[in-house]
Design a protein around this ligand. Structure first.
Ligand code: SF4
Length: 155
């Protein structure tokens, strides 16, 4: 993966990356660590065939560390991100966009609903993601705002 592409993808996903690293290395909330361990076990099982335990330079953001070769993310950070989902959803989003070009792929809940609807009509959307969000981005933002308020409220 070229450094320019890496920088661009890192910038586009900066919120998720910050959330993943914060939860993995700073926060250590037991419920998030437990869910991260569950997700990590799924990734490491390589049931998707996309788990890269050595982080090949051509398909990983941080070479040398376990990565998902579909999205290039560092697995340890990705599984700790509260509003990230298994990268198999990216394939379904591409398929959805192909079938319904007006789709807003940033609206994940609406996309998941549309994917399920198409699947119920017998349309092949590819494999389902193996794990999904702990919180939506909006719920995560509310929690963080509350934590911030708690921290600075007058005693
Ligand atoms: S995020 Fe999904 S596709 Fe990527 S390694 Fe984990 S289980 Fe596989």
């Amino acid at each position: 993966m070229e450094w320019k592409q890496k920088l661009q993808e890192a910038w586009e996903n900066r919120g998720k990356i910050a959330n993943g690293f914060w939860n993995a290395y700073v926060m250590h909330k037991p419920e998030i660590d437990a869910e991260a361990a569950r997700r990590k076990a799924i990734c490491e099982s390589n049931v998707c065939g996309l788990y890269d335990p050595i982080g090949k330079p051509e398909t990983s953001m941080i070479p040398g560390q376990p990565a998902c070769s579909r999205c290039s993310c560092n697995i340890h950070a990705k599984v700790h991100c509260t509003y990230c989902y298994c990268a198999l959803l990216d394939n379904q989003l591409l398929r959805l966009k192909e079938l319904q070009p007006d789709t807003n792929t940033a609206d994940i809940p609406a996309c998941q609903e549309a994917i399920q609807k198409l699947q119920s009509e017998g349309v092949s959307m590819g494999p389902d993601p193996l794990w999904t969000v702990m919180f939506t981005k909006e719920q995560d933002d509310i929690l963080n705002a509350k934590r911030y308020e708690e921290q600075f409220k007058s005693k």
